[in-house]
Write a new protein. Structure first.
Ligand code: SF4
Ligand code: SF4
Length: 409
């Protein structure tokens, strides 16, 4: 640690790997992309495809909007004007600035025309075990939710998610369920849901069986290893009336990262997701008008072209360049001295995929074990299911720990 720390400063941190991200630390461009925009909506004869989110009865276009890497007010307004209705944000995106950003935009619309979702991470959280801690601070959870409403300047959200729900125990963790029920009864959330990145089939089935949750937002993309189990769990939940929202649809690569990687084909990836009719809507992020146009255009025809099929097949077998950690846990058994590897890999995705260094840094703080074990290791014994070079990525991303929080402000 000392060795790393001593040779670090902001400038050489940036020059040694996370190149170019400095200017992209959490929402740096907000307000700077208000240039002339193409009109990309129904008004131009665009076909929008709708699906209903189970028993919520809410009918949405199959393309919605994630805000983890949203950067332009003009772009989001264009998306809404084009017919997108659902905005998914979270208290932990860009330290709450994503919610402020969303709040500023939705002021220009009738509140009832927008389907707004947010989520609050209970603290402390054990990502590695996939369960919420018995020490979960419920009053903090509720305070943070009130903060979300304040930042968005709204009295209620349509969907309130419990993010990082994983094992059944976390989905049915009573103190949190009670708290969420109180929020719903107070009229501050119309529907309750889980968000899940790992142990997804177990989490989705538990949510459906509980009868408590109305929606599930889950990681779902063509590279996922347990995709058949996920499909079955989703079908089960949908048959019980749950609404299903897909996130991480383009395998953790943001459109920005996609620009840097010639192999990326987000259009094919998104089409593949939405071919499953039990996915009611997806929340890809987009950062340019062209990307929005592409997202909307998939509704014209969800059929994969021969080229797109070929891309998906190739990317399925050759995915070591992907940024998406499956959360499969295969690595955990292989190294006893490593930090929480899946969390580190997720941080790597936040930094390189979403360009959100603040989210990456915050998640690294949650890794309790000695995070420089990897730096001191001569060779890595871990065989990642995705083929990631674990040591390389871990050593790269843990450098974020050496920076003061002001660096990310
Ligand atoms: S480099 Fe690999 S083997 Fe070494 S601590 Fe890190 S994960 Fe474990
Ligand atoms: S083996 Fe690879 S994909 Fe699976 S949890 Fe570990 S880092 Fe993620």
């Amino acid at each position: 640690m000392t060795k790393i720390k001593n040779c670090m400063n902001r400038r050489n941190f940036i020059s040694k790997g996370l190149a170019g991200i400095a200017g992209a630390v959490a929402f740096p461009h907000i307000g700077f992309m208000g240039t002339a925009c193409k009109r990309v909506g129904e008004g131009e004869g665009r076909k929008l495809v709708y699906r209903t989110l189970g028993k919520t009865g809410i009918k949405l276009p199959i393309v919605s909007m994630g805000t983890m890497d949203a950067i332009s007010e003009a772009l989001v307004r264009t998306a809404l004007d084009a017919g997108i209705r659902h905005i998914a944000t979270a208290q932990y995106y860009a330290e709450g600035r994503a919610e402020e950003f969303v709040g500023k935009i939705i002021k220009n619309y009738k509140r009832e025309d927008i389907i707004l979702a947010t989520g609050v991470i209970p603290q402390p959280i054990d990502y590695r075990a996939g369960v919420f801690s018995k020490d979960t601070d419920i009053s903090r959870f509720e305070r943070e939710f009130e903060g979300s409403l304040r930042r968005m300047d709204t009295d209620y959200v349509d969907f309130f998610y419990l993010p990082f729900s994983a094992k059944k125990e976390s989905v049915t963790f009573e103190p949190l369920m009670k708290s969420m029920e109180g929020i719903k009864k107070a009229g501050k959330a119309r529907f309750l849901g889980i968000g899940s990145h790992s142990f997804v089939p177990e989490a989705v089935r538990a949510a459906a069986d509980s009868g408590f949750y109305d929606v599930a937002m889950i990681a779902y993309n063509f590279q996922i290893k347990d995709i058949e189990e996920r499909k079955e769990a989703i079908a089960y939940a949908a048959s019980k009336g749950m609404g299903i929202v897909a996130m991480k649809t383009i395998t953790g690569e943001s459109w920005m990262a996609g620009k840097q990687k010639a192999v990326s084909n987000p259009k094919a990836a998104l089409k593949w997701v939405l071919q499953n009719e039990n996915i009611h809507t997806a929340v890809p992020g987009f950062t340019t008008f062209d990307q929005l146009e592409t997202d909307l255009s998939i509704m014209e025809d969800l059929t994969l072209t021969p080229e797109e099929r070929k891309y998906l097949e190739l990317a399925r077998v050759n995915h070591k360049d992907s940024l998406f950690c499956q959360g499969c846990g295969t690595c955990l058994e292989q190294c006893k001295i490593a930090p929480d590897i899946p969390t580190l890999m997720r941080c790597y995705m936040y930094a390189y995929g979403y360009r959100d260094l603040a989210a990456a840094a915050r998640n690294i703080e949650s890794v309790k074990d000695n995070p420089i074990a990897c730096a001191d290791c001569s060779s890595c014994v871990v065989k990642c299911r995705m083929g990631f070079d674990i040591k390389d990525r871990a050593v790269d991303i843990i450098r974020l720990r050496d920076f003061p929080s002001e660096f990310f402000a």
